[in-house]
Design a protein. Sequence first.
Length: 275
Amino acid sequence: MTLTRREVTGLLAAHGLSPRRALGQNFVADPNTVRRIARLAGVGPGDRVVEVGAGLGSLTLALAETGAAVTAVEVDRGLLPVLRSVVEHHGVHVVEGDALRMDWAAVLGPDPWVLVANLPYNVATPLVVRLLEEAPAVTRMLVMVQAEVADRLAAGPGTKSYGAVSAIVAWWASATVVGRVSPTVFVPRPNVESALVSLQRRPPPAVEVGYERFKEVVRAGFAHRRKMLRTALTGVVDPPAFAAAGVAPTARAEELDVERWGRLAGWTPSSPTRS
């Protein structure tokens, strides 16, 4: 119940369509790959699944095949009639919309959802962050993204890929790279490797700081990641904050985990000193 490469190329030809580079469209054209993604997502009967960038419906069909209730979001009006013709008779609800701008609360409501998606490389990072910030109903995600992006989303302190996005994601969720995907399964074939990232929403860290302040400090620190934090955070964090938060002023941004970033960002003159 999924699309083969011949069916993907046939649908495009029959409707006079071609993948749009501006939208980062690379359609998965391998039944084994989409079924693997559905399996790794761990969804089945009783689950609500939302897919972003459904395209021609290859992954959509694999998700519907599990028995989950699937909502497919697609921004490309040229693809929508084809997508509907492929998936709606399998019980999939299709929504037209731009995932970076749509009102997620209105689309999802309060009940828990799992998001599964093959995300365009040019929007993957801002979309994942926006969903974590603005769609609390999404409790889990499995996203296919460029391999380098996957490594950044899931990176921990002290690793080469760890950066501001890694710390921001860690505020909201635990993230793990759970697989790699060959470029040969796509139409057209991309010039980069892809990877699958699993994200599990968790409670915010137990630090006395608001999220916006946390982001401000993290981004400032990583804007000058080669510098010591006492220099990188000049004018952003007061010097006494380092000792109070238990952070060496000579440390660099990639050394701090989310809790230490939170303590550093949340320091005030009345904050207790960390030993």
